[in-house]
Ligand binder design. Structure first.
Ligand code: NAP
Length: 311
């Protein structure tokens, strides 16, 4: 681990797919970027198992392995890494100051790729079960659950989309929603309700995960919020789709966001503020895929390089 330098050319906040791709590009442009990895390096890929949809890996690749490869690739070209976490930002014209833990750093360009965190339900053993029958990404993990019953928790467009996607694999998809009406757009709700393989369970919340003695999900305990009735539902996987929270705490009130807190991007990866570039899920409420995050990380680094060469 390197001691933090006080003045930097490029600082990248975040070490998921977007941040590491930005680091590879910025490092290959001889900018020697400093990547602030934060306390949970690797972003969402580091919590998935097999990644089967990242181009170039026909046999699939383990999520943490993919992240480790990107990390090595960035390091090979001169990116530097610190576990420090960005906690505050000051913008004074062209001068950008970033607080990393308790040290203030100055940087000529800043790439924010701090990602988004899927919301989970906050139930017991949740962290241990992620990747063992509990996930927030049907696109990533759905294909592992063929011909078995699964459930999706949530009632928005994400839950509807995940449920429909999972019908390709699962024998049955229960859609567990805490109310009796979906929040999802009408077109998505209609599709869900017309699908034979999806069984909505209304007015219901998950109260407990029930893993087997190997720690793999086997069932969940449900409670009907209207009747208070409780029941056990056997499922091989729980897909939680109750929304994501973009990781923007350090930039709160400093950079423009949409009403849900996603950073706004003006053109490709540029923010409104000169020298600040944005990549990945922190600004993406639509695609949220590793490959789109990588693409925007690349764009952010190229834009940062262009900006620096014009300084
Ligand atoms: P969302 O619209 O905020 O929906 C979250 C859902 O989770 C709601 O139904 C909510 O219930 C439920 N929920 C929240 N907290 C919960 C908890 N603790 N326990 C149980 N249920 C909980 O989030 P989203 O579906 O991720 O969508 C986010 C945005 O992206 C939306 O604007 C959406 O339209 C958009 N999006 C669009 C598409 C598309 O167009 N294809 C796909 C995905 C997302 P309540 O309804 O009771 O609040």
């Amino acid at each position: 681990m390197l001691p933090l330098a006080r003045m930097e050319k490029v600082i990248i906040v975040g070490s998921g797919c977007a941040g590491l791709t930005a680091a590879i590009y910025a490092a290959r442009a001889n900018l020697s970027p400093l990547v602030l990895e934060g306390r949970q390096p690797g972003g969402q890929l580091s919590t998935t198992t097999m990644v089967e949809n990242f181009p170039g890996f026909p046999e699939g690749i383990d999520g943490p392995q993919l992240i480790m490869n990107m990390h090595r690739q960035a390091e090979k070209f001169g990116a530097r890494f610190s576990y420090a976490e960005a906690t505050d930002l000051e913008m004074m014209g062209d001068r950008l100051r970033l607080q990393a833990d308790d040290e203030w750093l100055e940087t000529q360009a800043l790439i924010i790729a701090s990602g988004a965190s899927a919301r989970y339900l906050g139930l017991e053993s949740e962290e241990k079960l992620i990747g063992h029958g509990l996930t927030s990404c049907a696109t990533c993990d759905g294909a592992f659950y063929r011909n078995v019953p699964v459930c999706v928790v949530g009632g928005g467009d994400s839950a509807a989309e995940e449920a429909l996607f999972l019908t390709r694999f699962a024998s049955k998809v229960y859609l567990i929603h805490r109310r009796d009406q979906l929040r999802a757009s009408k077109i998505m709700a209609d599709r869900v309700l017309a699908c034979d393989k999806i069984e909505p369970i209304w007015n219901t919340v998950v109260t407990r995960y029930l893993p087997d003695d190997k720690g793999e999900m086997t069932a969940i305990e449900l409670r009907n919020v209207a009747t208070k009735e409780e029941k056990i539902l056997p499922v091989a996987c729980v897909f939680v789709a109750i929304g994501h929270d973009p990781n923007t705490k350090a930039f709160a009130g400093k950079l423009e966001t949409d009403p849900d807190g996603y950073l706004l991007v003006r053109h490709l990866a540029e923010s409104k503020h000169p020298g600040i570039f944005i990549a990945g899920d922190v600004a993406d409420r639509v695609y949220k895929q590793a490959v789109t995050a990588a693409g925007s990380g690349c764009a952010a680094a190229i834009e940062a390089e262009k900006y620096l060469s014009g300084l």
